[in-house]
Design a protein around this ligand. Sequence first.
Ligand SMILES: [Cu+2]
Length: 141
Amino acid sequence: MTVAELGVTFVGAVAIVAELWYFLAPRRAGTTAVAAEGVQEVRITVKDGYTPDTIVVRAGTPVRLQFYRDETVDCSERVVFDAFGINRELPAFETTTIEFTPTAPGEFPFRCGMSMLKGRLVVEPADAPRRADPSPHEFHE
Ligand SMILES: [Cu+2]
């Protein structure tokens, strides 16, 4: 093989490994809450939907979600977490704090008052290993 051929082979091998890693590495789309002072806090921007729209937390530790509503569109004026009995108004251009403690693992959808905007709260078991934050392209499918 010439040096050029070796180079091409090497680049090809790296691409294959990178691809395998990308598809096989364990991961879960979403934003992992940052735990500080015993609270798992996540800021969510409400504008044409929820960003991030998937929030990963652990069971048994209080969760503090800070919804900043960056629009006046009627659609997003309420946020509802059916599983937690939460139905709150989100005033425009303000941050609304919602706090609760998920006790059991599972996936819990949240939505606007009309169920048009959707997000989900992924509650992992309390002893789950902490995952690294995934890259931003995984927030939306
Ligand atoms: Cu809506």
